[in-house]
Design a protein around this ligand. Structure first.
Ligand SMILES: Cc1ncc(COP(=O)(O)O)c(C=O)c1O
Length: 393
């Protein structure tokens, strides 16, 4: 696997290079023709491989093959879960959604849409300064509103700060209310087991684990028959119509299996690099601080505030120095808006726009961390004088 540019790539949470087994699987599939829904033997042969891929992904995610519904993206799977579970609940007179203050936009925005267009009531559970869900507030919301709650959606590992939420406890508190979790950043990187967690629905995406872009899955417990968003050929339990992306799905399965095999070794390597990055960057910029880390965090994601700087300026200056990182999630990076995740853990608006996310992957090295450490102080100084922002801590 490789990053196809000479840049030092610290943006693996946005997307990470495809792993070789996934590249091999994809290449082999692209040379084949056949619609996996066709009844002739060409179609049946692709379908067989696709169903084997579904089995592999189910094994990696700790669910049954029947629970796996393939989609085009994680964003699509999140939208499908949020709207589908809401509409299912609404049929039984339930119009409350419980979620957190630091979900990904792919969860937050369909929830907002349901609030604006379908009369949903939304309860947002706060998170602590270290980036952990307030379980007491969750318990109180469930106790008070339980009978009217359509579903609960809590992110498993946050994409901007990397903290991991105790989904098993969320499910316990939910006491039978359906729970969805966005596991796009956690799947394949840390333990994630759908059945053991007791989830009703979860979202995973191939391009975050070394698979191709444009293929993902909603894991939805068999028997939970949500309304589709797309109507058409009736594929995927009639929940997600559309011709199967067999090459993408088969390559996704290769990436998922590869991630499971190498998880422990990869975890140890990347955590060591992250801790080195934190130590060296904080030594170079003593007034910088790390946001929301806890014991229970993703191995490779770290978010750092450089007070007084402007993160867009920082990003561009680092880019010129040959280093790629991010101002937050890739989606909010396109539009320069303060990160709702960082605000949820207590940063001021000014501090959120002085923060960068570095996300590490398999291809990173200690030498690359050293190169970052060598330039970060001067880059921050340049950005500060350009931004001329008041330092607020
Ligand atoms: C936590 C989380 N959820 C959902 C998504 C969206 O996934 P996709 O890029 O497959 O649409 C992302 C991507 O950045 C993510 O980090």
């Amino acid at each position: 696997m490789a990053v196809h540019s000479s840049q030092i790539y610290f943006d693996h949470a946005a997307t990470t290079p495809m792993v070789q087994p996934a590249i091999d699987a994809l290449t082999a599939q692209l040379l084949k023709t056949g619609n996996a829904s066709s009844l002739h033997s060409t179609g049946r042969s692709i379908r067989k491989e696709l169903e084997e891929a579904r089995e592999s992904i189910a094994k990696a995610a700790g669910c049954s093959a029947i629970d796996v519904i393939f989609t085009g993206t994680g964003t699509e799977a999140d939208n499908l879960a949020i709207k589908g579970l809401y509409w299912l609940g609404a049929k039984a007179g339930k119009n409350i959604i419980i979620t957190s203050t630091f979900e990904h936009h792919a969860v937050m925005d369909p929830i907002k849409w349901l609030q604006e267009h379908e009369g949903a009531t939304v309860i947002e559970i706060p998170v602590s300064k270290t980036g952990s869900l307030d379980l007491t507030a969750l318990q109180a919301a469930v106790t008070q509103h339980g009978a009217k709650v359509a579903f609960i959606s809590i992110i498993h590992a946050n994409n901007e700060i990397g903290t991991v939420q105790p989904i098993d406890q969320v499910v316990k508190i939910a006491g039978g209310i359906p729970v969805h979790s966005d596991a796009v950043q956690s799947f394949g990187k840390i333990d994630f087991n759908f059945n053991q967690l007791g989830l009703t629905a979860a979202t995973i995406s191939a391009h975050k684990v070394g698979g191709p872009l444009g293929v993902a899955a909603l894991i939805l417990k068999k028997g939970v028959n949500i309304e589709p968003v797309l109507h058409g050929g009736g594929q995927e339990r009639d929940i997600r119509s559309g011709t199967f992306n067999a090459p993408g799905i088969i390559a996704f399965a290769s990436a998922a299996s590869n991630a499971m095999i190498h998880m422990q070794a990869r975890d140890a390597k990347i955590r060591k690099l992250k801790s080195l990055l934190i130590t060296k960057v904080l030594a170079a910029v003593p007034d910088a601080w790390v946001n929301g880390q806890s014991e229970n965090s993703l191995p490779g994601v770290v978010n750092i505030t450089f007070p007084g700087s402007d993160n867009e300026g920082l990003l561009l200056l680092l880019d010129m120095a040959g280093i790629a990182c991010s101002t937050g999630s890739a989606c909010s990076a396109g539009v320069h808006r303060p990160s709702h995740v960082l605000m949820a853990i207590g940063l001021t608006e000014d501090e959120t726009t002085s923060s960068l996310r570095f996300s590490l992957g398999e291809s990173n090295t200690e030498e690359e961390i050293d190169k970052l450490a060598a330039v970060i102080a001067s880059v921050v100084e340049k950005s500060k004088s350009a931004a001329n922002k008041k330092v607020s801590k």
